[in-house]
Every structure is written in C-alpha cells, then in structure tokens.
Design a binder for this molecule. Structure first.
Ligand code: ADP
Ligand code: MG
Length: 707
C-alpha cells in the first residue's frame, strides 16, 4: 500500500510545476531546502525569482599592483598566510595575505578570529575576493570582502564568464546556489507563462519572460543582462501601476459621484471673496479641481504646494462650488490651532460677500457640550454650509445632511480606508487632500499613484526668499541681538524648541524655561508668549489670538506651530537644537515666516554633530525649494521610511529600484492606465495570466475586478 504522503510526493515531482516544493528539485533535498527557506525560497518559482545581487565579470580580474584607493574590484590570487592581530581597541583583526603575482593584498575582518583557521586550511589555494579597496601606509587592503574559493576546472558556472552573485544566508555558498539555479532555469524557465500583453512587449521591445529569466541569472552578454533587467523591472512596475489604476477606478465609483455645475458667476464671486489676485498656478489648479467636480465620478485629488503657496484660497474655491450646488463642505485640519485659523480666515473672506449667507461652523474639542450639540445639529440639519474641524469631524460620526466635498489639509494620505468608510455610509463626496510637504516624484508615482495630482508651483508675488542661517550655540547672544533689531522695526518672531522624545513633560519644561529666560534676561521690556501641546485649547487660542494681534512680540513654542500657522508680521524664526529635526519638519517650521512682503529670516541653532545633521543644515541654508528639500530628505532617510510603515499596501520590489528606475516607472504607468481604460476588468482572454498574477500579488488592495 502506498502512503498518501508518498503518493503526493510522487505526483508533485512528476508534474514539474513551478509551485513544486524545492526539496524535490534535483540536487536540493530536505537539508538544503531548509537553508533556502531562510531566504523565503520554498518553491521552484521562488528560486527562479531569487535574482542575483550583482554580476561579476570573471573573464578578467583586477591586478593588485594597480588597485586604486576607493574603487571596488574583484581579484584572483593565492592564499599566502593568515594571522590574528590584537588592536589597541581590544579588537581582534584577522589579516589574510593573498598574492596575484603582481602584488599582495590583505583581506581583513574584525572580531572573527575563526577566519584565521579557515584560511590557513586554504593556504596555497586560489580564491576570488571582491570589495572596496583601501590603499594606505600598510599597503592595499580589502575590509570585509566577499570571497569564494576558485577552481577553474571544477566549476564552469563560477569561472571564465559573467557570474551571478546571490544573496546568501548562513550555511549557503555561492557555488551551491549557482548550481541549483542553473538547473532550475534550464528546466523551468520555459514553463513560466508570459503575463505582459504582446503589443506592449512589441511596442517597448521587451524580452520574453523565458529569455529574461535566463539572462538575469546567466547573461549571454552585458547587453542581454540589461535587457533582461529592463523587462523584469517593467513587469514589476507594470503590475503595480495596474493595481493603482484599478484601485483608482474603484474609488471613483462611476455613476455614484456628484456632478457639480460650475456657477456662471463663479469667477466673479471668487474675486469678490478673495482679498488678492490669484496667481497663475492657483488659477490652473482651481480649473483642474473644478473639472474633476463637474465629472460624475468622485474626485480623489492630491493638491501639492509648497508652504505659503496659497492652498487655502484654492480650498475655498472648491468649497464655493460645492455650496453653490446646494451641498455642504467639510474642511479638516490636523490640529485645533490650524482649524481655528482656517475658521477665522475663511469666515473673514466670506464676509466679503456682504451678508453672511454661507454659514461656517467650527467644531472643536473645547466647545462646551451644549454648544457642541448645537453645532452638530446645525451640521445635521444642513444649516451649516462649511464645517471646519480636526479629523474628528468625519471620524466621530458627525452626520451631515448633504455632504458634497471633503478637504483634508496638511495630511499626506487620506486613507483608502477612510474613503471606504465614507462609502459604507452611503457618502460619495469629492475628496481633495492638500499637503504642504512636497512629495518626490517617485512617491507620487507609487504610493500616491492612485490619486490625481495638482501642483501649485508658484508663490504669490512680492515674496522675498527667506534668508536662512546656521549658527553655533556660542553665537546665541548675537542672534538675540539681531532679533531685537527686527522687533524694534515692528516685526514679531517665533522661537521653536524641539520635541523631546522621552517625555512631553520635559519638553514643556524646556520651552517654559526658555520663555522665562528670554523674558527675564534678554527682553524684559517685551512681551514673550509660550505655546505648547499640553496647554488647554482655550489657552492656546488666547495666545494665538494675542500673537495675531501683535501683542506678543516673541512666541516661544514647541512644534505645535509646525503646520499651517499664518501670521504675516512674524518674519523671524529661531530654531533651537535644529539638528534634532528632519528636513521636512525644518522646512515646515520655516514656512511659518516669509508670508508677507517683509524680508524674513530663519536661524537654526545647533552644533552639527553628525555628517547627516551638517548636510541637513547645508540643504536648508542653500534652498527654499520644498521639492528639492523633499528629494534630499528621501535620499538621506532612505525609502524604508516611506514604504511599509505607511501601510501603503505596496509590496516590496524584487528587482525594481523606484528611485533610479523612474523612466521605466513612467512607461509602465502609461501602459497600465491605458490598458485599464480600454479593458477595466482585464476581461480579454489574453489577460488571463496577468489578471491572476495581479490579484494574487495585490490582494491587499482588494481590487474589485469583475470576471
Ligand atoms: P499654504 O499653501 O501654506 O496653506 P496659505 O493658504 O496659508 O498657504 O497662504 C499663505 C499666505 O499667502 C496667506 O497669508 C494668504 O492670504 C496669502 N496668499 C495666498 N494666495 C495669494 C495670492 N494669490 N496673492 C497674495 N497673497 C496670497
Ligand atoms: Mg495651509
């Protein structure tokens, strides 16, 4: 009798499926399979898609005698000897001398004593080593090299050709992986189905999948390797863009959205309301938004504009359209201070219409329960046309009578989930998300890739670029003297103290002490105000009110003023311990000044204790351009901060590098969006494989594709 298990094994090994467990692959077995499992390799498909980290041209090697400091190189030489040296820092340094006939190079490792014996056993044998060359007083060294034994005759996969170098794990060797993958590529690459539509492949001249898999592992030439990489990168990004295009379609809820009519006198009314002429960029962006609103689908638009570019006016224009169509609009801000400020600004502008015919209400935490109830009732009855508040406005189930537009200020991502929650309540308002931190192009094409994007790329006229200076702690007195001069000229200033991660209490104390010090020691004749997150809303309101009125000369604050605060007469900002902030945050903070016609200043005080912080200070001192700063920020912090943590639902990439592959990303986007336009459910039989790959890979997107 055959055991059921054995039967299963027999079947799976005979059917040659891509899903087959790797332990049945020739030359693998349970032990190696276990090791490969540590790299998340379980099936034949996983092996095929375990791409090399890099390739090494082993048709020629660098000569030790001509190695230059700082270059990366691969050398081939004979192990002479190995030794351990005790360093002054009580570390053990292993040095292995390798001779290639032209000279001797030392391979070095710290605190890996056992390497001495490992290499002594290889004495007289040839090895290959790869790494960054350090040429110094003691000769040529390679610290922590990648290396492997070399034997021309024994292993044709590892010599005399361009050789793949794979990510490894403990107990796994390059030569082993090469052998297993070479076998799998030969036997199974032809079984991988083509998912890319043929016309796309032809148009963009992309290699077919079998060839691509072959060449990404064991390239026939450098050109073939590049072509293979391009094809595989394209496929990854194409799937992402398809997922985004489909999700976007889902969010637009065709047919359910509101078709707003743009009133005939819209432009006149807007002119009447706004105390200034719109900039060209504001006008363009308002047009884009109005066009969205006039369509029967739901708007999902991201409005980007650098700090001070005038997003509020654009928001007001959109709200006017909604209100004039008999709908309500909700404007949500991340903080109460900001909500309050929007409320004041927007009410003031709408007063220009004469009578207060458009009623604006502010729903804030500090309202007493009776007032709060009244506001909620007004919103529910439809009497409130524009409701302003924090994000609680929508989350806490405040009922609107006829909600047509939701504007989210200063938040990157008004989540897909929130949109879905609104839809569940039967609400399909248009949504406009405004962000003041410009988003690098890479990200608008990926994690924000399901939103339409409008950009205000122009500041209101007459703005003078903010002058930014970096000062050492020892220069603080001088900074205060300069501050005094500005205040004598009638200006106001912010002094910002950093967030203290460990404790909000400590942070509040630091801010309070600084305010006391400034009041008592530096500016006894001036009025110093204090603002921090632990104050009650009423107290915060009172402080902001008197700062706006010009009664407070210097406002000492924690980062609660980070976003959106708008007081044009405040032209100077001093940031204490500036290196404790990231670039995006510094740029946001600085954006609180430079909002009027007067020359504004930003002074960052810190020592600059690391390369990173020095770089940040330099970037801030050299540019006011939010987009440039965002790019630098992304470079300094790396993509990890942006992916994953934000629950974007975008899986990691195996081969695409979305920072360097932007041209392919754009191509993929164009093709994917065009395809979804043509065949929104990917119904055509030719898309069968594509569709099933897509749904599997982007399960988290919950794509609603009908078959
Ligand atoms: P942000 O984009 O940072 O939210 P705001 O909407 O707060 O910018 O606008 C910044 C300042 O610029 C405000 O004081 C606003 O009144 C002013 N402003 C906006 N647009 C214009 C314009 N077209 N002309 C002159 N001033 C403007
Ligand atoms: Mg704003």
């Amino acid at each position: 009798m055959i055991m059921p298990e054995a039967q299963a094994i027999q079947q799976s090994s005979s059917t040659r499926s891509l899903d087959m467990d790797i332990q049945y692959v020739k030359g693998v077995g349970p032990r190696l399979a276990g090791t490969l499992g540590k790299l998340d390799i379980f099936s034949v498909r996983d092996l095929l898609y375990h791409f090399p980290r890099r390739h090494e041209d082993r048709t020629r090697f660098a000569k030790v005698s001509s190695l230059a400091h700082g270059e990366t190189a691969t050398i081939l030489g004979t192990v002479l000897t190995a030794d351990n040296v005790q360093t002054r820092g009580r570390l053990v340094l292993t040095k292995v001398a390798v001779d290639d006939g032209s000279g001797v190079v030392a391979l070095t490792w710290f605190n890996q004593k056992w390497r001495k014996d490992q290499f002594l056993k290889l004495k007289g044998r040839e090895i290959i080593a790869y790494g960054t060359i350090a040429a110094g007083r003691w000769g040529v060294e390679i610290a922590n090299p990648e290396w492997e034994p070399y034997s021309e005759n024994a292993d044709p996969l590892s010599s005399g050709r361009v050789v793949p170098v794979y990510p490894l794990t403990e107990g796994l060797f390059q030569s082993q992986v090469r052998k297993v993958i070479a076998g799998v590529v030969d036997a199974y690459a032809p079984l991988v189905g083509e998912v890319l539509p043929e016309d796309v492949r032809n148009r963009l001249d992309l290699m077919d999948i079998g060839q691509a898999l072959h060449n990404i592992h064991f390239p026939e030439s450098e050109v073939a390797l590049q072509a293979a990489r391009k094809r595989l990168v394209f496929e990854e990004l194409f799937l992402l863009q398809l997922a985004l295009a489909l999700r976007k379609r889902g969010m637009e809820a065709p047919g359910n959205g509101i078709t707003f009519t743009i009133p005939d006198n819209f432009a006149d009314e807007l002119r009447q309301v706004l105390p200034f002429e719109l900039t060209g960029a504001q006008k363009r962006v308002i047009k884009e938004i109005a066009a969205d609103m006039a369509r029967p689908t739901c708007m999902n638009r991201l409005l980007q504009g650098d700090v001070g570019s005038g997003k509020t006016a654009v928001a007001l224009a959109a709200m006017l359209i909604a209100v004039r169509n008999g709908y309500q609009a909700a404007l949500m801000a991340p903080t109460e201070i900001l909500a309050e400020q929007h409320y004041l600004g927007i009410s003031r502008m709408l007063e220009n219409l004469g009578v207060l015919e458009i009623s604006v209400d502010l729903l804030k935490g500090s309202l007493r329960s009776k007032q709060r109830q009244e506001v909620i009732e007004r919103i529910a009855s439809g009497q409130t046309k524009i409701a302003i508040g924090t994000h609680a406005l929508i989350q806490e189930g405040v009922g609107f009578r006829k909600l047509g537009l939701v504007i989210v200020d200063e938040q990157h991502r008004f989540g897909v989930l929130q949109r879905a929650a609104l839809m569940d309540k039967g609400l399909t308002p248009d949504i406009l998300v405004m962000t003041a931190t410009p988003i690098p192009r890479t990200l608008t094409l990926t994690i924000y890739g399901d939103l339409d994007v409008s950009i205000i790329d122009e500041l209101p006229p007459g703005r003078k670029p903010i002058r930014t200076h970096w000062k050492q702690v020892g220069e603080r007195k001088k900074v205060y003297k300069a501050l005094r001069t500005l205040i004598d000229q009638g200006r106001q200033a912010y002094v910002v103290c950093p967030l203290i991660e460990e404790s909000e209490k400590l942070q509040v104390r630091a801010a309070s002490e600084l305010a006391e010090f400034l009041q008592a020691e530096m500016f006894p004749d001036l009025k110093i105000g204090l603002l921090h997150g632990q104050m009650k809303t009423d107290e915060k309101d009172a402080i902001m009110k008197s700062f706006r009125a010009g009664e407070i000369h210097i406002l000492v604050s924690t980062t609660v003023i980070e976003v959106g605060v708008d007081v044009a007469n405040a032209t100077c900002m001093v940031i204490e311990d500036a290196d404790r902030f990231g670039l995006a945050q510094l740029h946001q903070l600085r954006g609180r000044v430079g909002r009027g016609d007067e020359q504004s200043f930003c002074v960052m005080i810190c020592e600059g204790n690391s390369q990173d912080s020095i770089k940040r200070m330099q970037v801030m001192s050299s540019t006011n351009d939010g987009f440039a700063i965002a790019e630098e920020d992304l470079k300094l912090r790396g993509p990890g901060e942006f992916y994953g943590t934000r629950q974007s639902g975008v899986p990691g990439f195996k081969i695409a590098d979305i920072f360097n592959d932007i041209p392919i990303l754009e191509l993929a986007r164009e093709e994917a969006f065009a395809l979804v336009e043509k065949d929104p459910n990917l119904k055509a039989p030719a898309f069968k494989a594509l569709r099933s790959d897509l749904l599997k890979k982007y399960e988290a997107f919950q794509l609603a594709v009908v078959s």
